[in-house]
Design a protein around this ligand. Structure first.
Ligand SMILES: Cc1ncc(C[n+]2csc(CCOP(=O)(O)OP(=O)(O)O)c2C)c(N)n1
Length: 360
């Protein structure tokens, strides 16, 4: 019952396509960390998508069942192994450019510290020889029937959760799922979403379907608010022909808002979507879960449309869920001016980020 855990090293090491071959050839089920979104396409039926929020990760059920975890390009800081190997009962194969870090919950059975692409090729070559000599097909050997059924049902559930509120065009403030779904459908497969740090990041990690490596960039581990706006500026400079969408909380956007000057001066048509809740949402969520209430997290916002205009950018304040996709379409037409879109988000949904069984 193997499961592949894909980490950011696959993207850094340019090994995503090799890994896709491996998955295709072996039929192994896979998961990725926040920072490895898109290495395996979320369209793949055997890809159980993104993990990284502990109790809110439906796909952790698959992790519990797996007796072998093959990690590829996985750095422990991306998602602590304590969350998936607490009882130390799994075998681990570690494939990365560097040897595994020492950690109580991460004692690899086998380590392959080498170029990831070459390693995958070498494994596939050996596999082919083995299959030929023994006249077998590895795909048919993997997974008992029950596990296949379970993993299939996990995939179905993950997809259903992403599609929650798909048809909710009316309630405002907008549901996080709806916001992400509009953004997904407005963008091409190779356009780039860059997330800042906060509750919005967890939503994006969890539900933004990603189909190609380096198209959903999320800082994790030591992650600093204010990253997304300068990150989007550099992404647009590096990829002038792709649409770049920067997603920020209202708190994080205001931490580095001066960089709008840079984006305007360099004539970069980035789109910035500011998720507004007048609160450091992630912090109040944690405070409420820990202490039952939040304290000292609330603040007021400026008029974001006017703020954008004062920098020479284009600004919109969304007033209803149904006008959001129209504003997004208009924003996409800009070829040399940054566009700032502020939108009120229903953060009461954040409860779901703490527990997987919440269905309200
Ligand atoms: C520079 C910096 N300061 C503080 C933190 C701790 N922190 C993490 S999330 C967060 C709140 C983010 O609020 P906001 O940007 O409004 O996003 P939301 O959580 O509401 O989506 C804070 C203060 C951080 N990660 N980086």
């Amino acid at each position: 019952m193997p499961l592949l855990l894909v980490g950011n090293g696959c993207i850094r090491g340019n090994a995503s396509l090799r890994l896709r071959d491996f998955v295709e050839r072996t039929g192994v089920y896979s998961l990725n960390t926040f920072m490895a979104k898109g290495v395996i396409s979320d369209k793949s039926e055997r890809h159980l998508q993104t993990i990284g929020i502990k109790e809110a990760d439906h796909a952790l059920i698959a992790m519990k069942e797996a007796d072998l975890v093959i990690t590829v390009g996985y750095d422990l800081v991306e998602y602590s192994p304590k969350n998936w190997n607490k009882s130390l009962n799994k075998k681990i194969i570690h494939i990365d450019f560097t040897p595994a870090e020492v950690d109580t919950y991460y004692p690899p059975t086998i380590e392959i510290a080498a170029d990831i692409g070459f390693t995958i090729d070498a494994i596939l070559d050996e596999l082919e020889k083995e299959e030929k000599s023994k006249n077998m097909n590895i795909k048919e050997l993997l997974y008992e029937k029950e596990i296949s059924v379970l993993f299939k049902s996990i995939k179905k559930e993950v997809v259903q959760r992403i599609e929650t509120f798909k048809d909710d065009d009316f309630s405002y403030p907008i549901m996080p799922e709806k916001l992400v779904s509009y953004a997904r459908s407005a963008l091409h497969e190779n356009d780039i979403v860059i997330s800042d740090v906060g509750a919005h990041k967890l939503w994006i990690a969890k539900i933004y379907n990603t189909y190609a490596p380096n198209t959903c960039i999320i800082p994790n581990g030591f992650c600093s608010m204010g990253f997304a706006l300068p990150g989007a500026i550099s992404a647009q400079l590096a990829r002038p022909n792709q649409k770049i969408v920067c997603m920020c909380g209202d708190g994080g956007f205001l931490m580095n808002v001066q960089e709008l000057e840079t984006a305007v001066r360099l004539q970069l048509p980035i789109i910035v979507i500011v998720w507004c809740d007048l609160d450091f949402g992630m912090i109040s969520l944690k405070q409420i879960s820990e202490f039952g209430r939040s304290a000292f997290t609330k603040f007021n916002n400026p008029d974001f449309a006017k703020l954008a205009q004062s920098f020479g950018a284009i600004g919109y304040n969304v007033k209803s869920t149904s006008e959001f996709p129209k504003i997004l379409e208009k924003a996409k037409e800009s070829t040399s001016i940054p566009v700032i879109i502020s939108i009120d988000v229903d953060y009461s949904r954040n409860r779901i980020l703490l527990a997987d069984d919440f269905r309200g």
